[in-house]
Design a protein around this ligand. Sequence first.
Ligand SMILES: Nc1nc2c(c(=O)[nH]1)N[C@H]1C(S)=C(S)[C@@H](COP(=O)(O)OP(=O)(O)OC[C@H]3O[C@@H](n4cnc5c(=O)[nH]c(N)nc54)[C@H](O)[C@@H]3O)O[C@H]1N2
Ligand SMILES: Nc1nc2c(c(=O)[nH]1)N[C@H]1C(S)=C(S)[C@@H](COP(=O)(O)OP(=O)(O)OC[C@H]3O[C@@H](n4cnc5c(=O)[nH]c(N)nc54)[C@H](O)[C@@H]3O)O[C@H]1N2
Ligand SMILES: [Mo]
Length: 771
Amino acid sequence: MTQGSNIPAEGSGKVEITEYKGAAGGWGSMKSLVHILPQEDAIGPDTLDTLRRQNKPEGFMCVSCAWGKPAKPHIAEFCENGAKATAWELTSYRVTPDFFQQHTVAELEQWPEYNLEQAGRLTHPMKYDRATDKYVAVSWQEAFDGIAARLKGSDPKKVVLYSSGRASLETSYMYALFGRLWGTQNLPDSSNMCHETTSVGLKNATGSPVATIQLQDYDKCDAIFCFGQNVGTNSPRMLHTLRDCAKRGVEIVTFNPLKERGWEKFTDPQNPIEMATGKSTQISSQYHQVRAGGDIAAILGICKLTIEADDQALRDGGERVLDHHFIEQHTVRFEEFATFCRNATWDDITRESGLTREAITEAARVYMNAKAVINVYGMGITQHRYGMDSLYMLTNMLLLRGNIGREGAGPGPVRGHSNVQGQRTVGITEKSELVPVDRLKQLYQFDPPTEKGWDTVESCRAIIAGECQGFVQLGGNFLRAAPDYGRLREAWAKLPFTVHIATKLNKSHLVPGEDSWILPCLGRSELDMQATGRQAVSIEDSFSHIYGSVGKAKPAAETLLSEPAIVAGIASRVLPPNPNIDWEEWVGDYGKVRDAIENTYPDKFANYNGRLFQPGGFWKGNPAAHRKWETKSGRAEFNAPRALNSAGFADKEGRYRLVTLRSNDQFNTTIYGYDDRFRGIKGTRQVVMMCVADQQRLGVKDGDIVALESDADDGIDRVVEGLRVVNYDLPEGTIAGYYPELNVLVPLEHHALESHVPAGKSVPVRVRVSA
Ligand SMILES: Nc1nc2c(c(=O)[nH]1)N[C@H]1C(S)=C(S)[C@@H](COP(=O)(O)OP(=O)(O)OC[C@H]3O[C@@H](n4cnc5c(=O)[nH]c(N)nc54)[C@H](O)[C@@H]3O)O[C@H]1N2
Ligand SMILES: Nc1nc2c(c(=O)[nH]1)N[C@H]1C(S)=C(S)[C@@H](COP(=O)(O)OP(=O)(O)OC[C@H]3O[C@@H](n4cnc5c(=O)[nH]c(N)nc54)[C@H](O)[C@@H]3O)O[C@H]1N2
Ligand SMILES: [Mo]
């Protein structure tokens, strides 16, 4: 067993910034993979065997992204980053009680995130000991009893039960049910920082909070528009789909302030000919470098041109451009929206989008000529103050030509965590209207809470105000992922208690409240043996397909418990006995939890256990995909935007829009390394990417060190020092750097208005140049 060691910040390699000339995928991805595997000492039989079975029916479902898993998988149905995630979980390094004996918590908190997770898998339940400032090993029994005592002594309405989107459907169902039985709906999850804008906005506009398309729709579309998603890094398996589309002649039009390599070209690492010849496929036929927050205006331009072309056709007696039949039968507020578009001026559109009228006209041409269009998007849309307006614009655009609810067309949000969408499906939510309250009542004979619980922003507010009485996290790294790190960290240290169900050590664990426990759990790739034998779990992807997943690798330690066992361990001690729930029986056989899920959601989960390993997963269905609109009006809804850019603050001299995003060597707050290959950045994450014009205005150049300061009008000082200027092709006034290092700059109240998703894609900052 190898013990993790403390390596100084920023890795040990030298910093190198050069333009990356290769395609996404290709040899670069192979090299990156072999680089991380030995580093993790993880090329054991288990890792390779696990990778072979990754994303295959009866295999194990990757813990990285939520992209669909085809019914006929590739020989190796995984990507560079999925393999990294697996290797990271199957590391041979261990964080044992000895490790904690050697390091105080104060010392560990100073370690970079990379070193904390690199130290290895957690092995024993640990409890914080204030006298020595160390975590010490306790038995599971002691941990559960201690936690139960703390929970019972608290007001359920003041305790947060957070989850990160990796936990399975089975665990998530049990966790949410525990919360409600105990009396709280404070059930935020990582989705509250992610696609909640989708869940709220798409639901309002189409009645369905998720993608209406399925994976096979990509075979039927003839144009794809992509807004604010970085496919090469964050959902690399999608590149296979896009490559096939591009080869078929599908036009792919991308809107992104950064030139992201994955949207430019792709060499398939699994294609020997492409690998041998270095041949790559061009992905985007058009690439528009919109300003951060400029999507509303860009799409407005497309809609304006489409509507005006239709007006013209009406005048000329030509073929109509809009799908009037669809608009009349299926939508509301079209006229209002059309008037808004006709009245919009090109001055406003070009200023706010940062694009020329010609560029937008080119994009509109593709839209008007296409029969079936998919709008793909990610965090570049959802993480803005007016993110919902961007999302509405995306939907408006599709509705104009009836591009929802038919083959090859529809909105295609690319979800983040592998089961983040599924968690919402089975009850992880702070909103009772999303919960089948009557069914829960009937099944478990209790009155579920009806008042709204806390989402992420509300949880942070409560923590900062000193009102939160305790925080339980099922996976994740809330303290680091949430906004306003400086203020939150200070308040987090005063929490009465925290409980962390986790595979690896992270910063959230290292700012202990009065009492803190770390509960180490099995990862999804590991064998999960319970009373009735080997267990499977299940997850839901971005297309609402549900798959079983079976881990086979030897667990990192014999002392680990599964997530369902940990949730049951806590729940059974906190709750009075309930004749309708046998927590122990559920842990012994997850099939019984699936039966309970099926009983709670009979429409979505019919014959759940029977269909668990259906190739390609089983579809839980989607009313909007059949043009059944479960909205307030009973139709799909057009919505004119409230603002022309989604940043939500005015332009001002010296003010920049900071985009916080992911490098190619990270999974959220998990940092695999210090290289961001496609962006040509090596050996450091302390950077701010900036275009030449902005550098000249500021009097700085590539390689200079600057600081970023908050420019929010809330009087709070927030600063990050020591950032290296990196010359980057970006629109003027838009700069970019890495999350989570820059989270200190994201004001808590700077969030998407309705969904409360922190607005990490346009943070108002100033650049301070040291004398
Ligand atoms: N390897 C790996 N895979 C992951 C993750 C990971 O960290 N690593 N994270 C997972 C999770 S939880 C999620 S949510 C997804 C995240 O995947 P993405 O949605 O790709 O998230 P980001 O990396 O934050 O990048 C967002 C993209 O939006 C662009 N952008 C920023 N602002 C704007 C804007 O105003 N308009 C437009 N049009 N574009 C903009 C950025 O340049 C960037 O390309 O990936 C998931 N998959
Ligand atoms: N500024 C800024 N902030 C952001 C974002 C951004 O783009 N910009 N993105 C936001 C988004 S989209 C998201 S989704 C959130 C992510 O927020 P989270 O989901 O809370 O964070 P992660 O980094 O994914 O969590 C990593 C930790 O999960 C634990 N873990 C890993 N695997 C398992 C497992 O199988 N079981 C259990 N129990 N634990 C496990 C490990 O201990 C690891 O340290 O961050 C958000 N924050
Ligand atoms: Mo996410």
